[in-house]
Ligand binder design. Structure first.
Ligand code: ATP
Length: 365
């Protein structure tokens, strides 16, 4: 196992915009870190630089204190687990796990190969399946065989590049749990690349959010959700995404598209002398007032809204409420919103309401 440190790491392909731009990140021994961000943000490039499949244009990568910039991939002793697990269909589970050892011809006597494969199989609960071919395994077992390969080499860290992206939703969920369970059991340092929200939020000890090659925030999933450092992280983490509403300071109140809220001292302190702000509101922080008792209702701000569409998901439902933003406000907002490239400019509010809500399409709720 190993600690991995990235220090001011840069990757430039040709003379274009850097794919990875001055990224510094310290990963502790045994830690599970997720790299997440939209397509093209540089996640895979970063992972490939750590494993040694891609040169580094600038900066330093070290493993347990040793700088590995110029080390060949095999000397870094890291194991990459790919999409589809890259298992050989004609080989048994035993031979699939033994494969990396056999590659280093003559280095491992047969007895040592057997010992290592059996130990890996025991850790992964695959002992019963060593003679089978991959086609006769469940998806979860295949995932474990792929991890077995990483274990036999006694790799210092596991690196996953979107390993579940080709699976259907149900299998994906199962595999996710499997990977989490195995990583906890083995305690191996892990870096995992994904653009999937759920994987990012559930798997890692910490999540690193990237945008256009630049690291935006590195934090625990909870801290990321509750204290995003900027609009990009706020809008990227969470599903359905955070609502962004224009807020206009007007005397003692902050005017919002559908309602207004009193300007408390705390709000004033945060707003300073700005006149226009973007207010972030998580969908689950809105509730159907009809389902609340008087006391709870009195604690919040109640407003009427025309519900446009309702999506029922069983345990909860999403209610969509369109709103209008004055043109001059929208223009100023777009400036404030540069962080999101304007993509998340909202014209509607999404409320995640409890299952007890009776909101219907066309309702005023
Ligand atoms: P995705 O989720 O779509 O896989 P990503 O976040 O993993 O994206 P990368 O594959 O790391 O992103 O790519 C980052 C940027 O570098 C992109 O703009 C991409 O086009 C560019 N890029 C990646 N590989 C090369 C290459 N071999 N040559 C030139 N540009 C590249």
């Amino acid at each position: 196992m190993a600690a991995i440190t990235l220090s001011h790491v840069v990757k430039k392909y040709g003379d274009g915009f850097p794919a990875v731009n001055d990224v510094s990140l310290e990963i502790d021994d045994g830690e599970f870190v997720i790299l997440v961000g939209p397509s093209g943000c540089g996640k895979s490039t970063l992972l490939r630089m750590v494993v040694g499949l891609e040169d580094i244009s600038d900066g330093e990568i070290s493993i347990d204190g040793d700088v590995v910039n110029d080390k060949a991939p095999r000397d870094r002793r890291l194991a990459m687990v790919f999409q589809n697990y890259a298992l050989y269909p004609h080989l048994s589970v035993f031979e699939n796990i033994a494969f990396p050892l056999r590659l280093e011809k003559g280095k491992y006597p047969e007895e040592e190969v057997r010992r290592r494969v059996e130990k890996a199989a025991e850790t992964l609960e695959l002992q019963e399946h060593l003679d089978r071919k991959p086609a006769n395994l469940s998806g979860g077992q295949r995932q474990r065989v792929a991890m077995g390969r990483a274990i036999v080499r006694e790799a210092r860290a596991f690196l996953f590049d979107e390993p579940l992206s080709n699976l259907d939703a149900k299998l994906r969920g199962q595999m996710r749990t499997e990977i989490a369970r195995m990583q906890r059991r083995l305690g191996t340092t892990t870096i995992y690349v994904t653009h999937d929200q759920t994987e990012a939020m559930t798997l890692g000890d910490r999540v690193a959010v990237l945008k256009k090659g630049v690291l935006q925030q590195v934090a625990s999933p909870r801290a990321l959700y509750e204290q995003p450092v900027n609009l990009f992280v706020a809008g990227f983490i969470g599903s359905p995404p955070m609502n962004f509403l224009p807020g206009e300071v007007d005397g003692d109140v902050l005017r919002l598209p559908l309602t207004q809220v009193p300007l408390t001292d705390e709000l004033r302190a945060r707003i300073g002398d700005r006149k226009l702000v973007i207010v972030g509101l998580r969908p689950e922080h809105l509730e159907d007032a009809d389902t609340l008792d008087d006391e709870t209702r009195a604690k919040g701000v109640t407003f009427e809204a025309d519900v446009d569409v309702v999506e029922w998901l069983g345990a909860e439902l999403y209610a969509y409420v369109p709103f209008e933003t004055r043109e001059d406000v929208a223009a100023t907002l777009e400036e404030l919103d540069r962080d999101l490239d304007g993509e998340n400019m909202r014209t509607q509010l999404v409320a995640a309401l409890g299952a007890e809500s009776h909101a219907r399409d066309g309702d005023t709720a």
